[in-house]
Design a binder for this molecule. Structure first.
Ligand code: ADP
Ligand code: MG
Length: 258
């Protein structure tokens, strides 16, 4: 088998607040391979965001080793981490994080402004436009965030995240601010990107979201509680079965009414 793209060994993260010591992650081992589609789940405070920040090179572990590709990032300095982060990782957040006065196109293009290799104005524009086309927003490029729906805003954020073809796309509760229908739309987009070869890691507490992923890693108290193919995760499986039954009941009711 190919080497994992992400390799965590004995990752521990300790926060000290006053006299208190909080063990957010404890001796965590985790491998993620290219083109995996992983949900990280667990109740509030279980360490999901801490793990995501570590994976995304926003933060460093207190101890343990993190290998991203061939590089040992756990021993890198903050400025080296920032470089890795810009090139290898695309982020999507629950709150979209778009600039309100910029158009969709300008928001997507923004990361390229700081890139030495992105080419001139026209080249950057063309790349940003292509990314918006890819997420189905070719007809909304000149809209500002307040002229877009929640789902469209998240599409803009996804376009911005995939712009530089990052090795890994990471999303922390990307559907947390969206209704059910829009959540479905965004999940379909992640599924499409996964099919196109993207490696995706999503933090979520919704079984509905996890059901679209291929692998479910559950945390509890900073440890891995379970790590299963999505269809073998008991909670996700029972959610899917429940949704199927509800759908069948709706169809039956519609049939009886007709
Ligand atoms: N910056 C921080 N300083 C101190 N404690 C923190 C910090 N960030 C998270 N924690 C603590 O670490 C634990 C894990 O938090 P977090 O990773 O945010 O969990 P989750 O995302 O699963 O809700 C919690 O007990 C939280 O209070
Ligand atoms: Mg969190």
């Amino acid at each position: 088998m190919e080497e994992p793209i992400i390799q965590l060994r004995g990752i521990t993260k300790v926060y000290r607040v006053g006299v208190e010591t909080i063990h957010a992650l404890r001796e965590l081992d985790l491998d993620i391979h290219r083109n995996e589609f992983v949900a990280i789940m667990g109740s509030s405070g279980s360490g999901k965001s801490t793990l995501m920040n570590m994976l995304g090179c926003l933060d460093r572990p207190t101890s343990g080793e993190y290998r991203l590709g061939s590089r040992l990032v756990s021993s890198m300095k903050p400025d080296e981490l920032a470089l890795i982060r810009n090139v290898d990782i695309g982020f999507v957040f629950q709150s979209f994080e778009l600039l309100p006065r910029q158009t969709a196109l300008e928001n997507v293009e923004l990361p390229l402004m700081y890139s030495a290799t992105a080419g001139g104005f026209r080249a950057r524009r063309a790349r940003a436009a292509a990314a918006l086309e890819r997420v189905g927003l070719g007809n909304r490029m000149d809209h500002r965030p307040n002229q877009l729906s929640g789902g469209q805003k998240q599409r803009v954020a996804i376009a911005r995240a995939i712009l530089s073809n990052p090795k890994i796309l990471m999303a922390d509760e990307p559907t947390g601010n969206l209704d059910t229908a829009t959540t479905g739309e965004i999940l379909a987009l992640f599924t499409q990107l996964h099919r196109e070869g993207q490696t995706i890691i999503i933090v979520t507490h919704e079984n509905d979201v996890a059901a679209h992923c291929r692998r479910v890693v559950r945390l509890r108290d900073g440890r891995i509680l379970s790590d299963l193919p999505a269809e073998e995760d008991p909670e996700v499986a029972s959610h899917v079965a429940g949704a199927r039954e509800a759908q069948a009941a709706r169809l039956a009711a519609a049939g009886a009414a007709a």
